[in-house]
Design a binder for this molecule. Structure first.
Ligand code: NAD
Length: 448
């Protein structure tokens, strides 16, 4: 589905109207292409004192070959257009230190390049060593979420909280947020904990891994299957028998295997486990993407529409996860990713069933993350906002147009944006990431 308004704004007439009438100007967001560098412009780094996190950030910037300077070296002049501003705020031990945010960002923020990146790294507030530090660290959320709304031309702002002694886990998350892979992730908070140190090839981080993707025949699921395969995984694509043809098309291109079943079937979990064991010797990644909507206001909600949505979107992931873990089909070190929705966070008129199911997916992540940690299995979720797919193409025109524009990036996301976030969670090098729910919504105006 194309965004006709965005296409129009790139024409000479469109540009004039946008400028003169102050209309939304959604810059087409660059996406990552195979073999491209993590970041293709200069980075300015700033910090509140020296810290382990700061050292890890600078080591990563060197590792990816980024040209970077520190703000104290006087680079905050008009000579450079930074592609990214990275600020280590882990050293903020009291609210007095918050002044450093304004001192660092105010002089340089205007120069941020189009589709630029701002990343603030803080200490997980709940794990702070004092109440003063907790308050200062928690304050970073307000700063990043507001700055996300202020920056223009496709730039994003995200906050990464890192637990004490977890600085070595920063790499995969910084790579994600610095690169165009995070094009539609804006105003978000990721929390990194400790975990085993995994070093893998960032070009093929999923090599040797097997990934299950439900609802893989089209839309976001097809993009997830392609992206995980691009990153080296062997993909098992699941979809309903009616979608056998499109599923085959997706899977034949990436050399995986297909499994035709309805995820709500009573034996779905057993069949998935058996397929994974017999054809692939087990599973490392599970993506619960299959989902449906049956929208009606509660006053008109039919029982079958309520049940169908709860069954597909929540009870199936719950049951399949339980069986795959208990049967040992998911290997230790595995990664489970749920697909929630912005509606599950903010609520939505006509979607009580859908929002209940999608909030339940967040519950699944929160409840299981600590339990599965014993097996070194991680569980996270993405919560997409408005993504251009067949699902959103069905929304009436006026509501669709509002949905598209009501976010900091003034446009809908693409299936690849959701897929990239899932690939970041699936990466074994993201061993410190569990219990996270990250929205892929261009910083929608709806919800927290
Ligand atoms: P889609 O309708 O285009 O594709 C969903 C796929 O899931 C289809 O191939 C369908 O056949 C499959 N599926 C549905 N029920 C199934 C079942 N019982 N068993 C097996 N497969 C089944 O949807 P999409 O837009 O690609 O959405 C994918 C996921 O993202 C869903 O969970 C959806 O709720 C979520 N999501 C989408 C958006 C959006 O803007 N498109 C926003 C938020 C969340």
């Amino acid at each position: 589905m194309t965004d006709r308004y965005q296409t129009f704004t790139r024409t000479p007439l469109g540009k004039t109207l946008v400028k003169n009438l102050g209309l939304p100007d959604p810059l087409p967001l660059p996406r990552w292409t195979d073999g491209a560098p993590v970041i293709d412009g200069p980075v300015v780094f700033g910090a509140i004192g020296e810290s382990d996190a700061g050292k890890a950030i600078q080591a990563l910037l060197r590792d990816i070959g980024a040209s970077f300077s520190t703000a104290t070296e006087g680079v905050a002049s008009s000579e450079i257009r930074p592609k990214a501003l990275v600020f280590d705020a882990t050293g903020a031990t009291s609210t007095a230190d918050l002044s450093s945010l304004q001192r660092f960002f105010s002089p340089v923020i205007r120069q941020l390049a189009a589709a630029g990146r701002v990343i603030v790294v803080g200490r997980t507030p709940e794990l702070a060593s004092s109440t003063d530090q907790h308050i200062a660290q928690r304050a970073l959320e307000g700063f990043t979420r507001s700055l996300g709304k202020e920056v223009k031309r496709g730039a994003t702002v995200n906050l990464v909280y890192v637990a004490p002694d977890a600085h070595e886990q920063l790499d995969s998350t910084l790579r994600f947020f610095l690169s165009p892979k995070s094009a539609y992730v804006d105003g978000q908070v990721a929390r990194i904990g400790t975990g085993p140190l995994v070093s893998n090839d960032p070009q093929r981080p999923l090599a040797g891994r097997t990934a299950l993707v439900t609802g893989a025949a089209r839309g976001i699921g097809a993009a997830i299957a392609n992206t995980l395969a691009r990153d080296g995984a062997t993909v098992i694509g699941v979809d309903v028998p009616q979608n056998a043809d499109p599923l085959r098309k997706v899977i034949s291109k990436i050399g995986g295997t297909e499994l035709l079943l309805d995820v709500t079937a009573v034996d779905a979990a057993q069949r998935i486990a058996a397929h994974a064991q017999e054809q692939h010797g087990g599973l490392d990644i599970v993506v619960h993407n299959a989902g449906i909507t049956r929208d009606r206001r509660l006053v008109n909600m039919r029982t079958d529409a309520w049940d169908a949505v709860l069954d597909v979107n929540l009870r199936a992931p719950e049951r399949i996860t339980k069986h795959l873990v208990e049967s040992g089909a998911i290997r230790d070190g595995g990664s489970i990713v749920g697909v929630s929705s912005m509606a599950g966070i903010a609520g939505n008129n006509g979607q009580t069933n859908y929002a209940t199911s999608k909030a339940g997916v967040i519950g699944l992540v929160e409840a299981l993350a600590p339990v599965l940690a014993d097996k070194q299995i991680r569980i996270n979720a993405v919560a997409p906002g408005f993504i251009e797919t067949e699902m959103t193409a069905k929304i009436p025109f006026a509501i669709r147009e509002v949905g598209r524009r009501m976010n900091s990036l003034q446009q809908g996301g693409l299936p690849i944006d959701v897929a990239e976030a899932i690939a970041w969670f699936a990466d074994p090098a993201s061993a410190g990431l569990t219990g996270n729910v990250v929205r892929v919504c261009g910083q929608s105006l709806l919800g927290a």
